[in-house]
Design a binder for this molecule. Structure first.
Ligand SMILES: NC(=O)c1ccc[n+]([C@@H]2O[C@H](COP(=O)([O-])OP(=O)(O)OC[C@H]3O[C@@H](n4cnc5c(N)ncnc54)[C@H](O)[C@@H]3O)[C@@H](O)[C@H]2O)c1
Ligand SMILES: O=C(O)C(=O)C[C@]1(C(=O)O)C=C[C@@H](O)C=C1
Length: 332
């Protein structure tokens, strides 16, 4: 850890990601003061109860006044208005960062609101389907990627210090161009979520299969889709509207590939199906070999009742790929 680490970190938005940053910072950087703010009074009360920050302010200006790093952890389409609220309230040298799931639109909105302020956009590629102040846990970022997308003119020391911050929280830091980030995440995260939202919606709309049959027989693959499809509607509405071009580009390719598989089934082309499934199995195996399998506590375990072990017993994800399937927003 370099000598010039941030002395005070302000977190704006105390849901899954903001809360996890607050807990992880207090655990990993005991000398760093953590201040925070959320627009929702109920969230602020719960954040104080859970100790997500050293101090949770009732106004955003108080939370950021002495901060060296301000991390915006709000839905992506709320980033711009949140940055506007920081105008004149932050120190001129304070580094502004965010955790938004798409980077081009967010960086543009923050830079427009706070011209000249050092800005280092970030995206921790770590999460669960849960949201809100009870969802966060200190180990969320351990051994997960955090992608930074600084602009060409971002001061190098601001990017380095932000990278050091995420490394201290346990993440592996990578620098990427914002546009490329948005394309990569469209295929690895955004479109998979859209597919989950679609298949779960289709299943609940089928006339000849009852909803209770869907629930009763959703043992494996479908149940995993329902976990993803339980993710926060506000967050994902914002992601799709903010990363529109990249998502539509990937969806175009996806529809073409789906049509090819549909054709192979129609014409009973077993070789085409077998070759395709063999290739996809290899992708899964290389993810596991690279140690990129899910690092969340107990995630992937099939035994019910395994608790993710988040702070205050607020398990991160109900334990396994099936645990969050009921659609409940908060972990048990
Ligand atoms: N959930 C994930 O898996 C995940 C992973 C990586 C990044 N992200 C990104 O992190 C951000 C936060 O996501 P989350 O899952 O923590 O959401 P969340 O719903 O758990 O928390 C968001 C919080 O922001 C607050 N908020 C909304 N508007 C605000 C404003 N204008 N000012 C202050 N607070 C405000 C809400 O009250 C809420 O408490 C999003 O941009 C999302 O794209 C999410
Ligand atoms: O694991 C999950 O539940 C997630 O949805 C996490 C996930 C992802 O798609 O990998 C979701 C959105 C993010 O921006 C980063 C991570």
């Amino acid at each position: 850890m370099s000598e010039d680490r941030f002395q005070q970190v302000a977190i704006i938005g105390l849901g899954l990601i903001g809360g996890s940053i607050g807990l992880a910072t207090q655990a990993a950087l005991p000398g760093t003061r953590v201040t925070a703010y959320d627009t929702d009074e109920g969230v602020r009360i719960r954040a104080r109860e859970r100790g997500l920050a050293h101090e949770v302010f009732d106004d955003i200006r108080g939370a950021v006044a002495d901060a060296d790093l301000v991390v915006l952890c709000v839905p992506v389409r709320a980033m711009g208005e949140t940055a506007v609220a920081l105008k004149g309230a932050v120190k001129p040298e304070a580094v502004i960062s965010d955790v938004g799931s798409c980077k081009q639109s967010v960086a543009g909105a923050i830079a427009a609101a706070l011209p000249g302020q050092p800005l280092v956009p970030a995206h921790p590629v770590a999460g669960t389907e849960h949201s809100g102040p009870d969802a966060g846990f200190a180990t969320l970022f351990r051994n997960r990627w955090c992608i930074l997308t600084p602009a060409q003119d971002t001061p190098a020391d601001a990017a380095r210090r932000t990278g050091d911050f995420w490394t201290a929280l346990g993440a592996n830091v990578e620098i990427m161009d914002a546009r490329h980030h948005d394309l990569v995440l469209a295929i690895t995260s955004h479109v998979p979520h859209l597919i989950a939202y679609t298949i779960v919606g289709t299943a609940s709309d089928l006339e000849d299969v009852t909803r209770s049959e869907v629930i009763k027989y959703s043992a494996g693959g479908f149940r995993d889709f329902t976990r993803i499809a339980a993710s926060d509607p506000t967050m994902w509405r914002d992601v799709f509207l903010s990363n529109k071009e990249a998502v539509l580009e990937v969806l175009q390719r996806f529809s073409e590939d789906l049509s090819a598989l549909q054709r192979a089934i129609r014409w009973e082309d077993g070789d085409a199906l077998f070759d395709h499934f063999t290739q996809t199995r290899a992708v899964r195996r290389s993810i596991i070999e690279e140690g990129q399998d899910d690092a969340r506590p107990d995630f992937g375990r099939r035994d019910h009742g395994a608790n993710g072990g988040g702070a205050n017993g607020a398990g991160a994800n109900g334990g396994d790929a099936t645990g969050g399937a009921s659609g409940g927003d908060q972990p048990g």
